[in-house]
Ligand binder design. Structure first.
Ligand code: MG
Length: 172
């Protein structure tokens, strides 16, 4: 029990927490992708990629837990390689970094703030899709949605905002 011991170590389990945040502007006539699922909507996210702001926040949470910077560093929006890319591929690649670092996902919790459309009917599909891409049980992935009661840029339907938290653990 020296001072050098990692305070996050509980017995032989090394745990790390990460949080991610992302915002995209909404515009008429663009496809809306959230949590790997296409949403029926009059507006979609303005983006270099497919604009899946939920996956972007999740990737940032995973990278944050590993202290590996952010999604923009690993998948720059200045690169043609990522133009229009399916964000599930970015999540897959981020999960490879998690594995390479010797960690596994304990759980993920995502909150999507969007004024409209209502997302309740899509939540189950988002959880299943994200769990499949991440290689974890559906019970390890939570997706929640809220409006902002018409307040702020989300409330005016000018943008979509997402917060994500993850817990990683290593038994090595
Ligand atoms: Mg983004």
């Amino acid at each position: 029990m020296g001072l050098a011991r990692n305070p996050a170590k509980i017995q032989d389990m090394d745990i790390r927490i990460g949080n991610g945040y992302d915002v995209h502007a909404l515009a008429q006539g663009l496809p809306l992708w959230l949590g790997g699922v296409k949403i029926e909507s009059e507006t979609g996210c303005v983006a270099h990629s497919d604009g899946d702001v939920a996956i972007h926040a999740l990737c940032d949470a995973l990278l944050g837990a590993l202290a590996l910077g952010d999604i923009g560093r690993h998948f720059p929006d200045s690169s043609d390689e990522f133009k229009g890319i399916d964000s599930k591929i970015l999540l897959e690649r981020t999960m490879e970094m998690v594995s390479e670092a010797g960690y596994r996902v304990g759980n993920a919790d995502i909150t999507i703030a969007l004024q409209r459309p209502k997302l309740a009917t899509y939540i189950g599909n988002m959880r299943e899709t994200l769990a499949r891409v991440m290689g974890v049980p559906v019970s390890a992935v939570s997706v929640k949605a809220t409006t902002t009661e018409r307040l702020g840029f989300v409330g005016r339907s000018e943008g979509c905002e997402v917060y994500a938290s993850v817990l990683l653990f290593s038994l090595e």
